[in-house]
Design a protein around this ligand. Sequence first.
Ligand code: ATP
Ligand code: MG
Length: 425
Amino acid sequence: MSKTYRSIRGMHDILPAAVSDWQQLERVSQSLLEGYGFQEIRMPLLERTEVFTRAIGQATDVVEKEMYSFEDRNGDSLSLRPEGTAGVVRAALQNGLLYGPVERLWYRGPMFRHERPQQGRTRQFHQIGAEIFGAAGPDVDAELLALGERLWRALGLQGIRLELNSLGNAEERANYRQALVQYMARHQSSLDEDTARRLERNPLRVLDSKLPAVQELLLDAPVLGDFLGAESRDHFDGLRERLDRLGISYHVNPRLVRGLDYYCHTVFEWVTTELGAQGTICAGGRYDGLIALQGGKPWPATGFAMGMERLVALMTQGQEAKPRAMHAYLVLAGDAAQLEGPVIAERIRDAAPGLRLQTNAGAGSFKAQFKRADRSGAALALVLGEDELAAGTMAIKFLRQERPQETVALDQLGTWIRDWFQGTK
Ligand code: ATP
Ligand code: MG
């Protein structure tokens, strides 16, 4: 026997038992996004590598070590998308979606990052993202947060905290960066190699270092908020005022920065303590600088991306995953019933759209077929044997209820099933 294959490390199958939770997340999020005026956009999974290196920045984990990049047969360097925003911006520029009225776009799908796989961190993962183009004020930032909170509520998730910070504008950040580097330089001797390297390549990334020694050093470091000018402070105050009015609570975290370089003003993360170390379920902020980086005229932009694996994990905590149950199972005994069964099944499907009906495949004894019916989770067994066929009827057995069997004429069956499905029988 030749060997069987396994999926690539960090890339997982989502099996039927889990899919209904994914579909629920997809349904609920889509309906909310539409309710806030967002339109879906679908981009290719592959882009030119530059689309990401320029947008995300060379000195980020994603570009430095996480991208799946390769040369295609033409010698072009392509990458599997590690995130959605760069591709949305590329698509919006290419297709003339910018520079008019405010444009609200959302996307959903797989992303790829070569990270160390662990709980809540995979190499193929999935995001739902939303972006708003053409609105510079804190009003839309607040709206994105209202959408987030409504989504957690709609999914029944609790204990999710909003962390918020302002990164100011590029100049303010540059001043702050300098002050931070100077401060850290005074403690040069106590810095580990990785921190020293971050400090050189992308100093703000030192702020989200997980190392206790670095965290302690940062306690006395200059704070970004002190470097904000009047305009940036107004933006941040405006956002907080709106959140207060909307009744959305938040925690200002002065060390919150994003691994990606194109953010300005608002940055935020929705976090939970229920998932262990990988507690950020949604992250985003304003990125007014990105569109110019991608070759367009400057244009304001703000958005977020959420990790679907982490959301599904939260939604299903302590629950056993189960495949979706059938409503009815059609038991067919004898050759004539097996020939007639599929015709009747189609009539039932005409009468009751949405009903999950499984027809027995491959004959089998009554006993075997009833076993399969039970395993399918069906509430009804519809039984067509020789006797029923001769009488022009169907026997209906209730598999999950103490309720006497019924006999229904075949020409009444569609109506009967429809009424039962609608809950009136
Ligand atoms: P982290 O600090 O967890 O690495 P990040 O800053 O790299 O996150 P973003 O690029 O902001 O993450 O992506 C937004 C969201 O996508 C994250 O908050 C998370 O929920 C999810 N996500 C990111 N990377 C992964 C991954 N490798 N596996 C599963 N989910 C992920
Ligand atoms: Mg990451």
